[in-house]
Design a protein around this ligand. Sequence first.
Ligand code: IMP
Length: 428
Amino acid sequence: MPAVVVLGAQWGDEGKGKATDQLGSRVDYVVKFNGGNNAGHTVVVGDEKYALHLLPSGILSPGCVPVVGNGVVVDLEVLFEELEALTSRGVDVSRLLISSSAHVIPSYNRTLDKVTERFLGKRQIGTTGRGIGPTYADKMNRVGIRISDLFDEKILREKVEGALTQKNQILVKIYNRRAADVDAVTAELLSYADRVRPMVADTSLVLNQALDAGKTLVFEAGQATMLDVDHGTYPFVTSSSATAGGVCTGAGIGPSRVDRVVGVIKAYTTRVGEGPFPTELHDDLGEHLRKTGGEYGVTTGRPRRTGWYDAVIARYSGRVNGLTDLVLTKLDVLTGQEKVPVCVAYDVDGVRHDEMPVDQSAFHHAKPVYEELDGWWEDISHCRTFEELPVNAQRYVLALEEMSGTRISSIGVGPDREATIVRHDLLD
Ligand code: IMP
């Protein structure tokens, strides 16, 4: 089973790191194929806790090659900060490979991200402010800067100049900010060239050769399905392809090489940033889920919005990603509820929708149609087999599986690495 995609099936923060972790030492390559340092995952190894934003979680597993694919946008300052922080704690980071075609996030795009959000006012997206959107926009506009440009000063300067000709007009005339200086930006980017050079590779070639050699590769998506630029709740999305299709373009492998697509999904739902969220709770129960689930962003520290499980989204995610498995996380957070509502359909202005409404406005008006399942009170964090779960927790999982249309292969019952019930091996 060589190529496994692990992605978020909701709005992010589902605990993808834990799913990758579960695959453990059997994985030879962990590949990031989209997004940048807008992501955030906490990985616990022994007593040590690591918060990663840009680097793939494989960086912490000795014997595993972490790869940053061409579809990622790289903030070089953050890259070296993360690498230095890991090195100072004794982690060997020498195996890291970065695609020469990955785009870099120049400082002017961080500025533009923040001022654009401010300018949007009430219509803001709630971005992480890391320059992600403007950098993907540059890529599509063909004015982006790629890692390979760092190795040719003349080309780099021309590209920075080309980008700034337009961007400085926007910065100065629309946003009333200072213009970015071509020399300063070029010099800053060049200052990373020698340090990044040893990590740079044709990662598509490396990954395809690894597949040919029968290695095990995990493609770990940043963000999640409902934040995907095509399939998410546009415009309240990130600017990259966070669904399974993104693996092909963002890592340079063909779709026929992917064997398994694993969607990680919480037993309830969370979202950060703006945008529609039909099952959102604005009451004490929402606060209870936030507190019990520790629902605060790793990247920005923002409190996450919380709500019940949405089976319509789970089915949609199954469809657009071709999910083969679901990894259900944080079931323990639901312990202690008399009834646990699950959204099975939407009511849109009096019309029942069993599938995601295609129309954006309809989704904004969607009211959840709930089915109430019986809750459980017992502490489940020690359970290691499905049968050990209280019968109502078992029924909850089986109901989600049926409503969502994808088998639930593992269940998270607590924050510890071991607090997982495995029903089907993700690498079988
Ligand atoms: P951007 O990716 O910074 O452009 O932000 C766009 C939207 O995606 C905002 O709503 C962010 O809160 C959300 N977002 C970006 N990265 C993550 C993530 O890793 N987890 C959850 N939400 C994210």
